[in-house]
Design a protein around this ligand. Structure first.
Ligand SMILES: [Zn+2]
Length: 203
């Protein structure tokens, strides 16, 4: 995996084709292409997308979104902030040993309705990459899905809890398994691909 593949891609404020600024609640199409520079995201208004045959052909992933005018961040409970901050930090320095932690944090944020899964890219040999979109900012988070089994999941949960508590964690590869509470199960999905302007309750 090239490091630059693990990245956060901002949503544009305007169509990449015609440069017209997106308006609040305007639908748009996003395309992810894989280039020499890694993943490149482009956003299009619906009119441009209807004519963008080559853009479609080059895509590894396509999804539809609805633009939300950037607004001041609402008061969020500290815990959600911490989870998002931790994920962003882990994505800046894409350590392969933290792939499980990045995936688990993305799932937590999906359950909290911060992120919405938009696309799954099959990379062959069972490897998957999941594309999440941030409901408020429209950024796409490109997350490797390491296919955690149940035992491994427990280790990753411990790793994430340790990081959220501010301590220096041991990567899940070498962490001791711990029968701990507060499990996060990736099977639990909210399945909401819409873009309602809600943050959801924090627990
Ligand atoms: Zn356009």
């Amino acid at each position: 995996m090239l490091n630059q593949e693990w990245n956060i891609k901002p949503r544009k404020l305007a169509c990449d084709q015609c440069q017209a600024a997106f308006e609040d609640r305007q639908p748009y199409m996003s395309r992810l292409a894989f280039t020499d520079q890694g993943y490149v995201r482009s956003d299009f208004c619906m009119q441009c997308w209807a004519r963008a045959d080559q853009q479609r052909a080059d895509a590894v992933s396509i999804w539809k979104g609805e633009f939300a005018t950037p607004a001041p961040r609402p008061e969020n409970p500290l815990k959600t902030e911490n989870v998002e901050t931790l994920l962003r930090g882990l994505m800046e320095s894409p350590d392969p040993a933290r792939a499980g932690a990045r995936y688990l944090l993305a799932i937590i944020l999906e359950r909290k309705r911060i992120l919405v899964e938009k696309s799954v890219v099959d990379r062959g040999n069972g490897a998957r990459t999941r594309v999440y979109e941030h409901r408020k900012s429209g950024e796409s988070f490109i997350i490797e899905d390491p296919g955690l089994d149940f035992d491994k999941l427990e280790q990753v949960e411990l790793e994430v809890k340790t990081m959220l508590s501010g301590r220096d964690p041991v990567p899940a590869e070498t962490a001791q398994t711990s029968a701990d509470s507060g499990r996060v199960e990736p099977e639990t999905r909210q399945g909401n691909a819409g873009s309602e302007d809600t943050t959801g309750p924090d627990t």
